[in-house]
Design a protein around this ligand. Structure first.
Ligand SMILES: Cc1cc2nc3c(=O)[nH]c(=O)nc-3n(C[C@H](O)[C@H](O)[C@H](O)COP(=O)(O)O)c2cc1C
Length: 158
Protein backbone atom coordinates (compact mmCIF):
# COMPACT_ATOMS: atom_id res chain seq x y z
CA UNK A 1 0.00 0.00 0.00
CA UNK A 2 1.28 3.49 -0.89
CA UNK A 3 1.63 5.92 2.04
CA UNK A 4 0.13 9.40 1.75
CA UNK A 5 0.13 12.48 3.92
CA UNK A 6 -2.73 14.87 4.73
CA UNK A 7 -1.70 17.34 2.01
CA UNK A 8 -1.76 14.62 -0.65
CA UNK A 9 -5.11 13.36 0.67
CA UNK A 10 -6.62 16.88 0.55
CA UNK A 11 -5.33 17.44 -2.98
CA UNK A 12 -6.79 14.13 -4.10
CA UNK A 13 -10.19 14.90 -2.55
CA UNK A 14 -10.18 18.33 -4.18
CA UNK A 15 -10.64 16.61 -7.57
CA UNK A 16 -14.25 16.06 -6.48
CA UNK A 17 -16.20 19.21 -7.47
CA UNK A 18 -18.87 20.34 -5.00
CA UNK A 19 -21.32 23.14 -4.56
CA UNK A 20 -21.03 25.64 -1.72
CA UNK A 21 -23.60 26.13 1.02
CA UNK A 22 -24.03 28.29 4.10
CA UNK A 23 -25.47 26.43 7.10
CA UNK A 24 -27.27 28.44 9.76
CA UNK A 25 -28.57 27.52 13.22
CA UNK A 26 -29.11 29.07 16.66
CA UNK A 27 -26.99 28.46 19.73
CA UNK A 28 -28.59 27.60 23.07
CA UNK A 29 -28.96 31.33 23.87
CA UNK A 30 -30.78 32.00 20.59
CA UNK A 31 -27.82 33.71 18.90
CA UNK A 32 -27.58 32.95 15.15
CA UNK A 33 -24.52 31.07 13.87
CA UNK A 34 -23.51 30.33 10.29
CA UNK A 35 -20.65 28.81 8.34
CA UNK A 36 -19.68 28.07 4.76
CA UNK A 37 -19.49 24.35 3.95
CA UNK A 38 -18.86 22.11 0.98
CA UNK A 39 -19.52 18.84 2.85
CA UNK A 40 -23.26 19.05 2.17
CA UNK A 41 -24.70 15.94 0.55
CA UNK A 42 -28.14 14.50 -0.15
CA UNK A 43 -28.72 11.19 1.70
CA UNK A 44 -32.27 9.86 1.25
CA UNK A 45 -35.37 10.79 -0.74
CA UNK A 46 -37.87 8.89 1.45
CA UNK A 47 -37.57 9.98 4.18
CA UNK A 48 -35.97 13.24 3.00
CA UNK A 49 -32.52 13.31 4.62
CA UNK A 50 -29.38 15.36 3.97
CA UNK A 51 -26.03 15.66 5.74
CA UNK A 52 -23.09 17.95 6.25
CA UNK A 53 -20.11 17.59 8.54
CA UNK A 54 -18.66 20.03 11.04
CA UNK A 55 -14.97 20.19 11.88
CA UNK A 56 -14.48 19.14 15.53
CA UNK A 57 -11.91 21.95 15.81
CA UNK A 58 -14.31 24.66 14.62
CA UNK A 59 -15.07 27.61 16.91
CA UNK A 60 -18.73 26.77 16.21
CA UNK A 61 -18.50 23.06 16.87
CA UNK A 62 -20.58 23.13 20.09
CA UNK A 63 -23.26 25.36 18.58
CA UNK A 64 -23.77 23.29 15.42
CA UNK A 65 -23.38 19.86 17.00
CA UNK A 66 -25.95 20.65 19.70
CA UNK A 67 -28.48 22.47 17.54
CA UNK A 68 -31.85 20.78 17.05
CA UNK A 69 -32.42 22.47 13.68
CA UNK A 70 -30.25 23.77 10.84
CA UNK A 71 -30.86 25.43 7.49
CA UNK A 72 -28.75 24.84 4.37
CA UNK A 73 -28.49 27.61 1.75
CA UNK A 74 -26.98 26.43 -1.54
CA UNK A 75 -25.20 29.45 -3.03
CA UNK A 76 -25.60 30.93 -6.52
CA UNK A 77 -22.56 31.51 -8.66
CA UNK A 78 -22.70 35.29 -7.96
CA UNK A 79 -22.46 34.68 -4.16
CA UNK A 80 -18.74 34.06 -3.75
CA UNK A 81 -18.63 37.06 -1.38
CA UNK A 82 -21.24 35.35 0.83
CA UNK A 83 -19.11 32.19 0.93
CA UNK A 84 -16.06 34.24 1.93
CA UNK A 85 -18.06 36.19 4.54
CA UNK A 86 -19.27 33.06 6.32
CA UNK A 87 -15.86 31.38 6.30
CA UNK A 88 -13.96 34.40 7.65
CA UNK A 89 -13.40 34.94 11.38
CA UNK A 90 -15.17 38.05 12.61
CA UNK A 91 -16.94 39.36 15.71
CA UNK A 92 -20.49 38.89 14.44
CA UNK A 93 -21.20 37.31 11.05
CA UNK A 94 -24.81 38.53 11.23
CA UNK A 95 -24.04 42.23 11.83
CA UNK A 96 -25.94 44.35 9.22
CA UNK A 97 -27.37 41.15 7.76
CA UNK A 98 -31.07 40.80 6.87
CA UNK A 99 -32.50 37.45 7.94
CA UNK A 100 -35.94 35.88 7.88
CA UNK A 101 -37.29 33.48 10.50
CA UNK A 102 -37.82 29.85 9.59
CA UNK A 103 -38.87 26.64 11.28
CA UNK A 104 -38.22 26.84 15.03
CA UNK A 105 -36.93 30.41 14.56
CA UNK A 106 -34.06 29.33 12.26
CA UNK A 107 -32.16 32.34 10.86
CA UNK A 108 -32.71 32.27 7.08
CA UNK A 109 -30.68 34.10 4.43
CA UNK A 110 -32.81 35.68 1.68
CA UNK A 111 -30.59 34.75 -1.29
CA UNK A 112 -29.77 31.23 -2.49
CA UNK A 113 -30.54 28.83 -5.31
CA UNK A 114 -31.85 26.16 -2.93
CA UNK A 115 -32.71 26.28 0.76
CA UNK A 116 -33.51 23.34 3.05
CA UNK A 117 -34.74 23.63 6.63
CA UNK A 118 -33.90 20.55 8.67
CA UNK A 119 -34.45 18.94 12.04
CA UNK A 120 -31.40 17.14 13.40
CA UNK A 121 -32.00 13.40 13.09
CA UNK A 122 -28.62 11.67 13.62
CA UNK A 123 -25.09 12.57 14.64
CA UNK A 124 -22.22 10.27 13.64
CA UNK A 125 -18.55 10.50 14.56
CA UNK A 126 -16.43 10.82 11.45
CA UNK A 127 -12.79 11.15 12.51
CA UNK A 128 -12.01 14.86 12.93
CA UNK A 129 -15.54 15.80 11.76
CA UNK A 130 -19.03 15.14 13.14
CA UNK A 131 -21.59 14.11 10.52
CA UNK A 132 -24.93 15.84 11.04
CA UNK A 133 -27.88 14.17 9.33
CA UNK A 134 -31.03 16.27 9.12
CA UNK A 135 -34.61 15.50 8.16
CA UNK A 136 -35.77 18.08 5.64
CA UNK A 137 -38.92 19.86 6.82
CA UNK A 138 -39.18 22.64 4.25
CA UNK A 139 -37.62 23.41 0.86
CA UNK A 140 -37.28 26.45 -1.40
CA UNK A 141 -35.76 26.45 -4.86
CA UNK A 142 -34.93 29.44 -7.08
CA UNK A 143 -33.33 28.03 -10.23
CA UNK A 144 -29.96 29.73 -10.88
CA UNK A 145 -26.45 28.60 -11.73
CA UNK A 146 -24.65 27.33 -8.59
CA UNK A 147 -21.28 28.34 -7.16
CA UNK A 148 -18.81 25.49 -7.61
CA UNK A 149 -15.71 24.57 -5.59
CA UNK A 150 -13.01 22.51 -7.24
CA UNK A 151 -9.28 22.01 -6.63
CA UNK A 152 -9.36 24.64 -3.88
CA UNK A 153 -10.90 27.33 -6.10
CA UNK A 154 -14.32 28.81 -6.76
CA UNK A 155 -15.58 28.02 -10.27
CA UNK A 156 -18.63 28.89 -12.31
CA UNK A 157 -20.44 26.90 -14.99
CA UNK A 158 -19.24 27.70 -18.51
C1 LIG B 1 -15.12 26.29 0.49
C2 LIG B 1 -15.18 26.02 1.96
C3 LIG B 1 -15.78 24.86 2.44
C4 LIG B 1 -15.83 24.58 3.81
N1 LIG B 1 -16.45 23.45 4.25
C5 LIG B 1 -16.53 23.20 5.57
C6 LIG B 1 -17.24 22.06 6.06
O1 LIG B 1 -17.83 21.29 5.30
N2 LIG B 1 -17.27 21.86 7.41
C7 LIG B 1 -16.64 22.70 8.30
O2 LIG B 1 -16.70 22.47 9.50
N3 LIG B 1 -15.97 23.80 7.85
C8 LIG B 1 -15.93 24.07 6.52
N4 LIG B 1 -15.28 25.18 6.08
C9 LIG B 1 -14.62 26.06 7.03
C10 LIG B 1 -15.58 27.02 7.71
O3 LIG B 1 -16.36 27.78 6.81
C11 LIG B 1 -14.70 27.96 8.54
O4 LIG B 1 -13.74 27.20 9.23
C12 LIG B 1 -15.41 28.60 9.61
O5 LIG B 1 -16.57 29.20 9.20
C13 LIG B 1 -14.47 29.63 10.23
O6 LIG B 1 -14.66 29.63 11.55
P1 LIG B 1 -13.98 28.53 12.50
O7 LIG B 1 -12.66 28.19 11.90
O8 LIG B 1 -13.89 29.22 13.76
O9 LIG B 1 -14.91 27.41 12.42
C14 LIG B 1 -15.24 25.48 4.71
C15 LIG B 1 -14.65 26.67 4.24
C16 LIG B 1 -14.63 26.93 2.89
C17 LIG B 1 -14.02 28.22 2.40
Amino acid sequence: MKEFNTRQFRDTLSAFATGIAVVTARDKFGKPVAMTVNSFSPVSLTPPLVLWSVDCGSDFFEEFSQADYYAVHVLRQDQQDVSTHFSTEMEDRFADMDTDKGVSNLPLLPNYCARLQCKMEHRYEGGDHLILVGRVLDIDHKPADPLIFHAGKYRTLE
